[in-house]
Write a protein of this length. Structure first.
Length: 249
């Protein structure tokens, strides 16, 4: 957050927000929430869609590794340009654990957790933290999560990140057994959160549910409905972030 002195008074510049989706169709769904068309801005390793009032949209790529690399590149470019971001939002569509997160609903992460970062053993899965390395969970600001949930109707809970999308009932049950608060799964949130943490920037994850987590059944997908829910949610986020910006000061 950038503080500026003007005529003897301390004021706050607008909060700059980097929104990272996996693919362009998700980015475009977010963009539709804004009345003005964004301009394309390129810097080394990253291409952004720049919207008014400090919002930049990034199609960061599929999977945690590419999402982390692209997000980090955007954060670095902004910092080197003396216009750092104050918040990173990982967003897009994802799978929901039924019945808690039905198709078309929204989930906001109070925990962003890597579901498959660790080791399989004869006694079960061990997260990487049990092996003495790194982290497997990032926690977005609690006050911001609560405000987003109130404004958008999103349910707060754990959003899992995996490098492989769940495709069986057995895998879905296993994930819920390991992560009892899990509401949704996607492939980028933890990577985006790792990049944000490395740059000291708060992170938020918001997902619109396009399909149930479980057997891979394309007939059950409702991608259009989920993208419409994403657009609607971002139409409600700007005043929430403005309020959070003031409170944070």
């Amino acid at each position: 957050m950038v503080l500026q002195a003007e005529e003897g008074q301390l004021t706050t510049s607008s909060l700059r927000v980097l929104v990272a989706t996996a693919v362009p169709v998700e980015r475009d769904a977010v963009a539709r929430a804004f009345p003005a068309r964004g301009a394309e801005v390129s810097s080394p390793g990253v291409a952004l869609q720049r919207l008014p009032d400090g919002w930049d949209l990034l199609a960061a790529g599929v999977g945690p590794a590419l999402a982390a690399a692209s997000t980090s590149a955007a954060l670095t470019a902004a910092a080197l340009g003396s216009a750092p971001y104050g918040l990173v939002v990982s967003t897009g569509i994802g799978g929901g654990f039924v019945p808690d997160a039905p198709v078309g609903s929204l989930v906001v992460a109070d925990e962003i957790t890597a579901a498959d970062l660790g080791a399989e053993t004869a006694d079960g899965f061990l997260p990487v933290t049990d092996l003495g390395f790194g982290t497997v969970t990032h926690h977005p600001p609690a006050g911001l999560v609560a405000a987003v949930a109130t404004a958008t109707g999103a349910r707060p809970g754990t959003v899992l990140t995996g490098s492989t999308v769940t495709g069986t009932a057995e895998r879905a049950a296993l994930l819920r057994a390991r992560h009892s608060r899990a509401l949704a799964e996607a492939m980028e949130g933890f990577g985006v959160a790792e990049a944000a943490a490395a740059h000291g920037v708060p992170v938020l994850e918001l997902r619109a549910v396009s399909n149930p987590v479980g057997p891979r059944d394309r007939a059950a997908w409702r991608i259009g409905d989920a993208l419409a829910a994403l657009t609607d949610a971002f139409g409600k986020l700007a005043p929430v972030l403005t309020s959070w910006n003031r409170h944070d000061l």
